[in-house]
Design a protein. Structure first.
Length: 246
């Protein structure tokens, strides 16, 4: 029970990596509030986890939704110790093909959402004597990829924000880190149909020979949320099957 007596918020908790993190947090003793836009998916995950989980619909780019999410978390469970900024948006495109709306959508969710929710939980973590903020960045925070300009730029911003916030809040015992996954088998990835050859090529980019699973990322999140990582802040953890080792 590495997270006993801890209270966590997980965004994008209705599926994929967010679902995996919420389940792993609860298994380790945390009480968890999962947030996202799809109430049906959130309710399904909350029922799967049980009484230690609360589902709350929220758009992370909406400051009013963020305020409600934080208030409900405190009202239901009494505090906030852990934040997993997992909600994300991937719209493929190049610098020329992206519309202004696509660029804005990407940054509203992937960057503004991380900032808004991190800002909202900081006073509560400070009052609790410390906390852990974990953002899901990407291997594309470090390296480029074709047809991923907005997504890559947004995830690079998440990495930079992580490092800056870590410096701002280290003295308050609030740690800020990010996880940088490679390709993980999620609904987001499934939307990009891959034939057998394309899948083989993408798997080959990961030297361990497979795509990641949500549980691979979730276990890293548990470590960063727990006291085992008490001397780690401002770090970026590639959980990528060796993708960035090339």
């Amino acid at each position: 029970m590495r997270l006993a007596n801890k209270i966590a918020i997980v965004t994008g908790g209705g599926s994929g990596i967010g679902r995996g993190i919420a389940i792993a947090f609860a298994r380790e003793g945390a009480r968890v509030v999962i947030a996202g836009r799809d109430e049906k998916k959130l309710d399904t995950v909350a029922q799967e986890i049980g009484s230690s989980c609360l589902a709350q619909r929220a758009d992370v780019s909406d400051s009013q939704d963020i305020q409600k999410l934080v208030a409900i978390t405190r009202e239901k469970f009494g505090g906030i110790h852990i934040l997993a900024n997992n909600a994300g948006l991937l719209l493929p495109g190049s610098a020329e093909s992206h519309s202004e709306d696509e660029w804005k959508q990407t940054f509203d969710v992937n960057v503004r959402g991380v900032w808004l929710l991190s800002r909202a939980v900081l006073p509560h973590m400070r009052a609790a004597g410390g906390g852990s903020i974990i953002s899901i960045a990407s291997v594309l925070s470090f390296v480029g990829a074709r047809n991923r300009v907005a997504y890559s730029a947004s995830k690079g911003a998440v990495l930079a924000m992580t490092r800056a916030m870590a410096l701002d809040h280290a003295a308050e015992k609030i740690r800020v880190n990010c996880i940088c996954p490679g390709i993980v088998e999620t609904e987001m990835v499934a939307r990009f149909a891959m034939d057998e050859n394309a899948r083989r090529e993408r798997v080959a980019m990961h030297p361990v020979g497979r795509f990641g699973q949500p549980e691979d990322v979730a276990q890293a999140a548990v470590f960063l949320a727990s006291d085992e990582s008490s001397w780690i802040t401002g770090a970026a953890f590639p959980v990528d099957g060796g993708y960035t080792a090339h």
